[in-house]
Ligand binder design. Structure first.
Ligand code: ATP
Length: 354
C-alpha cells in the first residue's frame, strides 16, 4: 500500500540548458496505475528513475507514503523496476531468476520457493520454472521479468517501456495482462511509454509530458475529450486531431464556408486554432457549408477507414469513415465539423480557450 508524490521534482543534467524534468508535481493514489507519456526526450524515464532512486533529484522532493525518499538509496525505497531490456541471468532457470533478489536479501530457501511459486501462478509461468531464458519466447521472458518484480511485493512498481521489445500482437495481449495483473495485486504503478495507445488503454490516469514539463494529468477519456492545450490535443488520438488556424470575425470563425461560434472570451482576437478529431468531421453534399479537400491516402482498417488529404489552402485533414462509406485517392470530399466537438486553442500559447 503506497501513495507517491512528486513535489517540484527537477533534474538538470546540464546547467546551461533547460532541465530534463522541470518542477514536476504529481500525486499518485494508493493502487493507482499512472502512465507517463510523451515524445522522445520529454523526461519520462528521468522522472521514473528519480522515483526509483536511480537518478538524483536536483530540486524538489519525492515522497512514498508521505515519507521523504529524495535521498534514500534505491534498495531502501521498496520500489521494483521493470525495464524494457529485462536482462535475465542466462545461466539461471526461471525460478532462480525470479528468486534471486529474495535470496540475496536473506529470505530463506523455503520462503523464496513459496513466493516464486505464487508469482509463477499469477503469471502463468508454473510450467516454465525449470527453463533457461534462452528457451523462452519474448513474451514469456517479459513475464519472468515481471515475476522478479512481483516476488519482492514492493510498495511501488516502476515500469519503463516494458513492452517495447515485443512484436505488435504480443504487445497488445501483454498490455492487457499487465493492466489486469496490476488491478489484482493493487500495487501502485508508474509506467513509462511513448505510445499513447498504450497509455490510454492501461492508465487509470495519464500524465502527458513535453520538454520536461507536465502538460496535463487526467483520466484517459478526459484527456481525449478536453485536452488543455494544442500539444495534448495533437499527441493523444490516432490519427491526430485536425488543427486548423482560421480567422475570427464578429464572434464567428470560418472553417471553409462553415461558421463556428467562438467563445466570448476570444473577442478582440483575429485568429484562432480550431481542432476537430477525425470522427468529428462528416462528409456533406456539394452545396452544404464546409471545407473541401482532396484525398491522397486511404487507410482501410475493416470496421472503419481513414481518409487523409489537403485542403486548397494546404491544411492537412484526416477524417474517419464508417464501413458504410468508402472513398479513393484523388476523390474530392466536402466535410463539415460537428459543432459540439470542436476544440478552440489560442494561436500564440496553444492553451484551450473555451
Ligand atoms: P525516450 O522516450 O527517448 O526514452 P524520455 O522521455 O524517457 O525519452 P529522458 O530519457 O528522461 O526522456 O531524457 C530527458 C532529457 O534528458 C533528454 O533531453 C535527454 O537527452 C536528457 N538526458 C537523459 N539522460 C541524460 C544523461 N545521463 N546525461 C545528459 N542528458 C541526459
Amino acid at each position: 500500500m503506497a501513495t507517491v508524490r512528486f513535489a517540484g521534482a527537477t533534474r538538470r543534467f546540464d546547467t546551461s540548458s533547460a532541465p530534463a524534468v522541470d518542477s514536476l508535481d504529481i500525486d499518485i493514489a494508493d493502487g493507482e496505475f499512472l502512465v507517463l507519456v510523451g515524445p522522445s526526450g520529454c523526461g519520462k524515464s528521468t522522472s521514473l528513475r528519480m522515483l526509483a532512486g536511480l537518478e538524483p533529484v536536483d530540486e524538489g522532493t519525492i515522497y512514498i507514503d508521505d515519507e521523504d525518499m529524495t535521498r534514500v538509496a534505491p534498495r531502501d525505497r521498496d520500489v521494483a523496476m521493470v525495464f524494457q531490456n529485462y536482462a535475465l541471468y542466462p545461466t539461471m532457470t526461471v525460478a532462480q531468476n525470479m528468486g534471486f533478489a529474495l535470496r540475496n536479501a536473506g529470505v530463506s530457501r523455503a520462503d523464496t520457493r513459496k513466493q516464486v511459486e505464487e508469482a509463477a501462478r499469477i503469471l502463468q509461468l508454473e510450467d516454465l520454472l525449470g527453463r533457461k531464458p534462452s528457451q523462452l519466447s519474448g513474451g514469456q521472458r517479459q513475464r519472468v521479468a515481471m515475476g522478479r518484480a512481483i516476488v519482492r511485493r514492493p510498495k511501488v512498481f516502476c515500469m519503463d517501456e516494458p513492452l517495447s521489445n515485443l512484436d505488435a500482437k504480443l504487445r497488445v495481449s501483454t498490455r492487457g495482462e499487465i493492466a489486469g495483473l496490476q488491478r489484482r495485486l493493487g500495487v501502485t504503478t508508474v509506467y513509462v511509454t511513448h505510445d499513447q495507445v498504450e497509455a490510454m488503454t492501461m492508465g487509470t490516469r495519464v500524465a502527458v509530458l513535453k520538454g520536461g514539463v507536465l502538460q496535463q494529468i487526467a483520466a484517459p477519456r478526459e484527456l481525449y475529450d478536453r485536452p488543455v492545450n494544442a500539444f495534448v490535443a495533437g499527441f493523444i488520438g490516432t490519427p491526430a486531431m485536425n488543427l486548423v488556424e482560421v480567422p475570427v470575425d464578429g464572434g464567428r470563425a470560418m472553417v471553409g464556408t462553415a461558421g463556428v461560434d467562438v467563445p466570448a472570451s476570444l473577442d478582440g482576437r483575429d485568429r484562432i486554432l480550431l481542432g476537430a478529431r477525425p470522427e468529428a468531421l462528416r462528409v456533406v453534399g456539394e452545396s452544404e457549408p464546409g471545407m473541401e479537400f482532396v484525398v491522397d491516402l486511404v487507410e482501410e482498417l475493416g470496421a472503419e477507414s481513414f481518409a487523409y488529404g489537403s485542403t486548397e489552402s494546404g491544411e492537412r485533414l484526416a477524417i474517419r469513415l464508417d464501413r458504410a462509406h468508402s472513398t479513393a485517392v484523388g476523390e474530392r470530399l466536402r466535410v463539415r465539423h460537428l459543432d459540439s466537438e470542436v476544440h478552440a486553442f489560442d494561436t500564440e500559447t496553444g492553451l484551450r480557450v473555451d
